[in-house]
Design a binder for this molecule. Structure first.
Ligand code: NAD
Length: 286
């Protein structure tokens, strides 16, 4: 018997669509909410694409299981309808505090007493929104990685006000959903994964823009020296160079020099990372 029956996902962009699909794939009834009909049309296209990706890349998904997941996702633009029977609401709306606060206030006003609230925010702490929801004891962060079907970590981070019982139920749900739960004992910007990854990527980009070593040498050093399968620039290609550019623009002087080189040598040439077939390296297209 699963921890929850109905899971509502708010926002069906890059991550929300993956969270909704993975949750349906794991057998839960899913309601996917977005702002308007155009966003819902995009969501349906994303779900259809995810069904194909799962069939191609996830063991056992090709024998109808990926298509069956599509049947378990209901879409709506009505927030009260979306949350009316939700055991868990997972929010993946834009990384903008005002938008998130507004959405959580509306969810808090509409959802039944049983509902647990989770934000997938990458950079904002759950304590920033718990009060907007009106139910801080039922509020925490549940953070997924892009390409959820393969990079299946789910970082679970409560606030000092999160009820231990709510936290434990979300850990159980993450396992049922096919994730590896990563339990944080306290709030930490960047969770565990990005607390480790961001300093590595910053160090790699500084070594390159300061002309200490070239990209291949930096990556090779990390791979051979630690046994890791990927070097930092291979990881940049997976994260996507547009995201790397946007984050670097907000950093210190070295980060901004990295952003400038990313733009002139990669983005302006259409090299966006693995998704475009080329970034720091070139990749065969499927
Ligand atoms: P996205 O831009 O792809 O999707 C955002 C969704 O929110 C869209 O479906 C959009 O229609 C909807 N939306 C737009 N305006 C809105 C509004 N005013 N109110 C409510 N919904 C609105 O973004 P994303 O990359 O999926 O990121 C969503 C959240 O997930 C963010 O908090 C982000 O930090 C987090 N996240 C992203 C990644 C990633 O790799 N992209 C990884 C982990 C976590």
């Amino acid at each position: 018997m699963n921890t929850f029956t109905t899971v509502t996902v708010l926002g069906t962009g890059v991550l929300g669509s993956q969270i909704a699909f993975q949750t349906a794939y794991a057998g839960f009834d899913v309601v996917a909410w977005d702002v308007d009909d155009a966003a819902i049309a995009s969501a349906r296209a994303r779900f259809a694409e995810l069904a194909k990706t799962y069939a191609a890349e996830v063991a056992g998904a090709a024998d109808g299981r990926a298509d069956a997941a599509l049947e378990r996702i209901r879409t709506t633009t009505d927030l009260a309808d979306a949350t009316a029977d939700a055991d868990l609401v997972i929010e993946a709306v834009p990384e903008n505090p005002e938008i998130k606060k507004d959405v959580w206030a509306r969810v808090g006003a509409a959802a039944p007493a049983k509902t647990i609230f989770a934000t997938n925010s990458s950079t904002l702490l759950p304590s920033a929104f718990m009060d907007a929801s009106g139910r801080p004891d039922r509020f925490l962060a549940l953070h997924y990685a892009n390409h959820i079907w393969a990079q299946n970590t789910a970082e679970i981070m409560g606030t000092p006000k999160t009820s231990p019982e709510v936290y434990a139920r979300v850990v159980a749900f993450a396992k049922e959903q096919g994730m590896v739960p990563i339990e944080l004992k306290k709030e930490q910007p960047g969770y565990v994964l990005n607390s480790l990854l961001v300093p590595l990527l910053n160090a790699a980009s500084a070594l390159w823009v300061d002309d200490v070593a070239d990209i291949e040498t930096i990556d090779k050093t990390w791979r051979i020296g630690t046994g890791a399968p990927l070097g930092p620039f291979q990881i940049f290609d997976i994260v996507g160079l547009v995201t790397a550019y946007n984050i670097s623009l907000m950093g210190d002087e070295t980060s901004r020099r990295f952003a400038a080189r990313l733009k002139s040598e990669y983005l302006d040439q259409g090299k966006l990372g693995t998704s475009s077939g080329a970034g720091f390296y070139t990749y065969p297209q499927k």
